[in-house]
Design a protein around this ligand. Structure first.
Ligand SMILES: [Zn+2]
Length: 65
């Protein structure tokens, strides 16, 4: 997937490349250095979401460096 998108170091949400703050948690700690695109539709039923402490449906990076 498009590697120029930005992942949030705080909540792992994927943001558009032109964002300066996370659209999920408003953190300014965004990075291009991430891997593993995952879309979580039902966080309450997802083991990955639980492990990532994700509570909102959306697109997330599995790994953020
Ligand atoms: Zn965030």
């Amino acid at each position: 997937m498009a590697s120029n998108r930005l992942a949030c170091r705080e909540c792992h949400a994927i943001n558009h490349a032109d964002e300066t703050t996370c659209n999920m948690c408003a953190s300014s700690s965004l990075t291009e250095d991430w891997a593993g695109y995952v879309t979580i539709a039902h966080p309450e039923e997802s083991d990955i979401a639980t492990e990532m402490q994700v509570t909102e449906p959306g697109s997330y990076a599995l790994k953020v460096r």
